[in-house]
Each structure stands twice: as structure tokens, then as C-alpha cells.
Design a protein around this ligand. Structure first.
Ligand code: TYD
Length: 144
């Protein structure tokens, strides 16, 4: 299937992935065909999260992400420099698009949850902003 790439936006938002319903079990697929507002470079997943833990209190300079709860449920808390918002994810066919320059934390994992993260860049430690005050200053100065 070919489709025009989804328009880039600075707003985090939920994107629904088609569900191929089947009595043998449902199937969903993401290709680099325009469903996401970026071209896919990397995929990783977070699992075996102990109760009460959270992951990813940081922002990226360049990397955009799409986060799906492949199993279980969790929250993604995001901050754009002005205000914060929390999205609850718990469906295999819905994910959260997180633009670059967004502080984000994944939290309140239900037992045995799996967070699949699809990103627009290869891994680079230099792309991380790990200090929240630095993040806010970069946003305020228009550097992010
Ligand atoms: P990190 O992104 O800091 O985890 P968190 O989601 O809690 O912020 O990554 C944890 C460790 O895994 C860190 O040492 C870097 C490594 N890592 C990779 O090597 N490649 C990757 O693609 C990612 C996401 C992490």
C-alpha cells in the first residue's frame, strides 16, 4: 500500500494502525509507507519492567518516536516546554507519536507490559537531553 506520508506536526498525538481482523487472531502492520510522520530507522522494546519503575525521563534533539503498548498498558507523560499531557496506551493498534524536542517519560506499567518504540534515527547518546531544566531552557531559547 502506498500513501502520502502523514504531515509532520509538533504536537504529540495518537495514531491508529489498521487491524486485520481474523478469527485466528488479529494482525496489525507498520511499514515505512507514510502511516508515520517519519521514516523508520530503528525499533526497540521495553519489557520486564518492575512495578513502580518508569523509563525514559529525557528528550531528543532529533529523534521522533512512535510508542505502542504491544502488551499490557502504561502511560506516556510528555512535556513540550509549556505544559504536560499524559496519554494512556493499552491497545496493540494504537500508538503515540512523539515529536523531537519533547520531554517524555513512560510510567505506570501494568505487569508484563511491552512498550514497542519505533524511531526516526539510529541510536546516538548525543541526541539525548537528560536534564529537565536544560530542556526547558533550550525550548525557551528556541534552540529545540
Ligand atoms: P535509555 O534510552 O537511556 O533508556 P530509558 O528509556 O530508560 O531512558 O537506554 C538505556 C540503555 O540502553 C543505555 O545505556 C543506552 C542503551 N540503548 C542502546 O544501546 N540503543 C538504543 O537504541 C537504546 C534506546 C538504548
Amino acid at each position: 500500500m502506498s500513501a502520502k506520508r502523514r504531515k509532520k506536526t509538533q504536537e504529540a498525538h495518537v495514531i491508529t494502525i489498521a487491524k486485520l481482523r481474523d478469527k485466528r487472531g488479529n494482525l496489525s502492520v507498520i511499514e515505512d509507507n507514510g502511516l508515520l510522520p517519519f521514516s523508520i530507522a530503528r525499533t526497540y522494546w521495553i519489557y520486564d519492567v518492575p512495578g513502580g519503575e518508569s523509563r525514559g525521563g529525557h528528550a531528543y534533539f532529533k529523534s521522533e518516536e512512535f510508542i505502542i503498548a504491544l502488551s499490557g498498558s502504561f502511560e506516556v507523560n510528555i512535556h513540550d516546554g509549556n505544559g504536560e499531557q499524559t496519554f494512556q496506551l493499552g491497545r496493540c493498534n494504537k500508538g503515540l507519536y512523539v515529536p523531537a524536542g519533547t520531554w517524555r517519560r513512560i510510567q505506570n506499567f501494568a505487569t508484563n507490559s511491552i512498550a514497542l518504540v519505533i524511531t526516526s534515527t539510529a541510536y546516538s547518546p548525543k541526541d539525548y537531553i537528560r536534564d529537565f531544566d536544560t530542556f526547558v531552557k533550550l525550548k525557551q531559547n528556541g534552540q529545540l
